[in-house]
Design a protein around this ligand. Structure first.
Ligand SMILES: *Cc1c(COP(=O)(O)O)cnc(C)c1O
Length: 458
């Protein structure tokens, strides 16, 4: 561990030179940044020697946990053989081809072709370009509108922020990309209007049909959604929602795009969230869990309908990145998929550790006075913090951040999304580790409760 003086020097240098993403730099610098020094399994350690359970798997990505030697070795070996080569000019290399084939095998339906990028945002940008190009090739250049949901997260490039439904992002980067419309999210608990979850799911899905009719069915290229909205606070849709969305898309010939950046690679107990929720996307973006976050890589899996059209038309698809299909990242992703498959990790998320995690959360925290509602499936969960459980009254103060800080103090990395606490631990977490995570969260909730109980106007 570096000594205290070196620590301070680093903090100081970070404050002077490093602009952090999604960060209030002024607030950060006055408080001082936390340095994460190393990690193993589900744990990370900070430079002060505190051990924390990483209840977020980094940023929803370290699905296999930290320190997996096979992933490290895959990168090391590939670095020695071929550290870089591009895939632009009629060339390929073994890891990217093998990875494309592996993704085609694990994705459902006819998602048989794969386009590579380096981040979720780039994958989203790729999807937008591809579907708009598709409709031009189909002789319907007027079909260019995209429909997404409020509070959705689709990355932070201009296209991602425009497509996403995060008002606080959009207000900083306008004018936004034109041709994008939003409908409301399927957040049943947050909208207490007395109807059943199933009915609510249908109602919210039908807002898609209303929107399509409003803007003109012939003008709509695609609808996009995360199977479970992640950064929006882990909004788990009612079971009725996605099948109805799919029915409406098919009825109006609107392409269905799934943003699987968080749900993909086992998070919900299937390879992809769209499988868990029973719909078949025409095109799908993935990133995060694709390499367990060990190296940046993302991909777009493209259904035959779109890919065959692109290919049959001839001519170049004028899009790509210097690092599309980077060999080292591809080698790591391939090994990541092999481990998920050979160790039957996703099966365990569906049948063992996922249900255990969901049950423990509900058993231990379900009746907590701050906890209004717990939703989740597999190893993803969101917990609504409320002032009044009976009448579903939320706090009008930022209790999420308060609780998040109490989690950190208890040795748990959790995340606050407004008035929701979200969790997404590594898929390899054990039962004993789940127990420990839930205990730490309960301590944090107790202390948060003690702090807000005395608050006025909360
Ligand atoms: C994180 C995320 C993205 C953006 O991925 P980056 O790699 O951060 O660009 C896009 N969509 C969803 C659903 C995400 O969670």
């Amino acid at each position: 561990m570096p000594n205290a003086e070196a620590q301070l020097a680093m903090r100081d240098a970070d404050a002077r030179h490093h602009l952090h993403p999604f960060t209030d730099t002024q607030a950060l610098n006055s408080k001082g940044v936390r340095t994460i020094s190393h990690a193993q399994g589900i744990y990370v350690w900070d430079s002060e020697g505190n051990q924390l359970i990483d209840g977020m798997a980094g940023l929803w990505c370290v699905n296999l946990g930290y320190g997996r030697k096979e992933l490290i070795d895959a990168a090391h070996q590939q670095m020695q053989v071929l550290p870089y080569y591009n895939t632009f000019f009629q060339s390929t290399h073994a890891p990217v081809t093998a990875l494309a084939q592996a993704i085609a095998e694990i994705t459902p339906g006819d998602l048989n072709r794969v386009f590579f990028a380096n981040s979720g945002s780039e994958a989203i940008d790729t999807v937008i370009r591809m579907v708009r190009h598709y409709w031009t090739l189909k002789g319907k250049p007027y079909r260019k509108l995209l429909i997404a949901r409020e509070n959705a997260y689709h990355g932070s490039t201009l296209a991602g922020a425009s497509l996403g439904g995060m008002a606080h992002m959009q207000s900083q980067c306008g004018p936004l990309l034109p041709g994008i419309h939003h409908i409301r999210q399927p957040y049943w608990y947050g909208d207490p209007n007395g109807i059943s979850e199933d009915e609510f799911g249908l109602q919210r899905a039908r807002e898609l049909e209303e929107k399509i009719l409003e803007v003109g069915p012939d003008n709509v290229a695609a609808f996009i959604g995360e199977p479970i909205q992640g950064a929006g606070g882990v909004i788990v849709p009612p079971r009725t929602y996605w099948p109805e969305i799919q029915r409406i898309c098919r009825k109006y010939d609107v392409l269905l795009m799934a943003d699987e950046v968080i749900c993909g690679f086992g998070r919900t107990g299937q390879w992809f969230g769209s499988q868990t929720y029973g719909f078949q996307p025409d095109i799908m973006s993935m990133a995060k869990g694709l390499s367990s976050g060990y190296l940046p890589i993302s991909a777009v899996a493209v259904g035959d309908r779109i890919a065959d059209t692109l290919i049959a038309a001839g001519g170049e698809f004028t899009h790509g990145f210097t690092y599309s299909g980077h060999p080292v990242a591809a080698a790591v992703a391939l090994e990541n998929i092999r481990i998920l498959r050979d160790e039957r990790i996703i099966d365990a998320v569906a049948k063992d550790i996922g249900p255990y995690f969901q049950n423990r959360l509900r058993e231990v925290l379900g009746e907590h006075p701050l906890c209004g509602h717990i939703e989740g499936i597999g190893l993803i969960a969101g917990l609504a913090l409320v002032k009044d459980r009976q009448s579903r009254i939320f706090f009008d103060k930022d209790i999420g951040t308060l609780c998040r800080d109490e989690c950190t103090a208890s040795g748990l990395v959790a995340r606050a999304c407004g008035n929701r606490i979200v969790l997404s631990p590594p898929l390899v977490i054990s039962r004993a580790e789940v127990d420990e995570l839930v205990n730490r969260l309960r301590e944090a909730l107790d202390r948060t409760y003690a702090r807000v109980a005395g608050m006025t106007g909360a």
